[in-house]
Design a protein around this ligand. Structure first.
Ligand code: EPZ
Length: 418
């Protein structure tokens, strides 16, 4: 495995290009199974979650290849409805394939999905929603078996605005017979991107971004060339990096609207942020006041995927901050590692009380999940002294060229094989 060796304490200055959104690209890859036509996803990030999803499409019989930064998918010969356990367990988004594979082949077989170990991550909302669309589902031996001659439209009310369940149901409803209405749908920008992608394929979906999405089922979907939205979580990660280290950074291909909740918090702690076209500019110097409280909630609330990074920032703000993680049960695994760097944090259940300290100091720390790994990397580049951050398999899942981008901004970071 690999680790970062980081000599912290330098300000960040310069420009960084934000990648296409991991959490938009993954459902688009699942949607590519819905058509026999050619699908081209431009500016596709070569992060391991995407590469694993591409591997699954290959197992289904799709032909895939990267042409420079575009991923080309030809699904004409896809015929296998079974998603191999070894790959399904690598990532959460394998579960999205249930909706598209059972739509395409009338059946699907998948092992329970994997993904970051940040909580129980049940899939009951996915399965109950698919049952409403006529899918027969049995679960045995760690596998989920689905079958359905023809999906039919229905009203589905989600107990919780689950991102994945909303996407899975959109993928199934796109070519179902009749109309599907999804109520209490997730409103994330990645859902809007999926709606736009499917509509460019000939689908008829409306309402994404609101709590009620309507899908008029169509008979077939054709191929498409598409550029996904930019990664708001990567953008937020770099904004927080600048807030922690001080400096002046420009983010290219970034949309401040999609991370308005974070921008608001960073302005509260006296960062200067402005946006212009597809760029966000941030300047941070001097003291950082604590944001007092950061509470994660579904979009447009504060994103859970930026909680770990914000916790790291709170460690070096003046005053105390309460961090409340409402989405996942065990998403504070970065806290013990931050404490080893000199942070003052007390966790009780879903809340963490962070008392700011002037500086963190270097330490050898270990990542347990994707966003926790990013948070520890930010802590290390802002800390005084030398750190290592081990097991980069986590950050490699969601950040392309992470160390190159940080180094280009002035951080002293290098990757070594352990
Ligand atoms: C997506 O995960 C993202 N992953 C996550 O990003 C993100 O943290 C999450 O949405 C919330 O925004 C991808 O898009 C690939 P959920 P997902 O279903 O779909 C409960 C990252 O770091 N729930 O909205 O799994 C669940 O337990 C990753 O990029 C059920 O109870 O999230 C959780 O408490 C991490 N039953 C809450 O809903 C279900 O059937 C939110 O989960 C499904 C979910």
């Amino acid at each position: 495995m690999d680790k970062y060796i980081i000599e912290g304490g330098r300000r960040l200055c310069g420009e960084v290009e934000i990648q296409s959104a991991k959490n938009a690209v993954l459902p688009l890859l699942a949607a590519a199974v819905l058509t026999e036509g050619r699908v081209v996803i431009r500016s596709c990030p070569r992060i391991s979650d995407v590469l694993n999803m591409v591997g699954i499409l290959g197992e289904l019989g799709c032909k895939t290849k990267f042409e420079e930064d575009a991923l080309c998918i030809d699904g004409a010969d896809a015929a296998n409805h079974e998603i191999p356990a070894a790959l399904a367990k690598e990532l959460r988004s394998s579960v999205f394939l249930l909706g598209s594979v059972v739509s395409r082949f009338g059946k699907a077989r998948i092992a329970y999905p994997g993904g970051c170990d940040i909580g129980l991550r049940p899939i009951d909302l996915h399965l109950n929603g698919l049952r409403r669309l006529g899918v027969r589902i049995t679960e045995s031996g760690g596998y989920i078996e689905c079958s359905c001659e023809r999906l039919r439209g229905a009203e589905v009310l989600l107990d919780f605005p689950s991102v994945g369940a909303t996407e899975n149901l959109l993928l199934a409803a796109a070519v179902a017979e009749g109309t599907t209405v999804i109520r209490n749908a997730a409103k994330e920008p990645e859902i809007v991107d999926l709606q736009n992608f499917i509509n460019r394929m000939g689908g008829r979906i409306s309402g994404a971004g609101s709590a009620v999405i309507v899908a008029e089922g169509v008979k077939t979907l054709h191929g498409v060339e598409y550029t996904p939205i930019s990664d708001r979580i990567e953008a937020g990660t770099f904004l927080i990096a600048c807030a922690m280290c001080g400096g002046s950074v420009a983010l290219k291909n970034a949309d401040a609207v999609n991370i308005a909740s974070l921008v608001h918090k960073l302005r509260e702690i006296s960062c200067k942020i402005r946006s212009e076209d597809d760029k966000i500019y941030i300047e941070c110097s001097g003291k950082r006041l604590s944001p007092k409280i950061v509470e994660t909630s579904p979009y447009p609330g504060f994103p859970t995927d930026l909680q770990a990074q914000m916790t790291a920032l709170a460690c070096v703000c003046e005053g105390a901050t309460v961090i409340v993680e409402n989405l996942f049960e065990t998403r504070f695994k970065h806290v013990p590692e931050l404490i080893r760097m000199g942070a003052d944090i007390t966790v009780r259940g879903r809340s963490a009380l962070v008392r700011g300290v002037p500086r963190l100091h270097g330490a050898d720390v270990f990542a347990s999940d994707l966003r926790g790994g990013a948070a520890l990397t930010l802590a290390a580049i802002s800390a005084e002294g030398l750190s290592s951050v081990t097991d980069l398999r986590f950050t490699d899942r969601g950040y392309s060229s992470f160390e190159y981008k940080l180094r280009a901004l002035g951080a002293r970071i290098r990757r070594v094989r352990v």
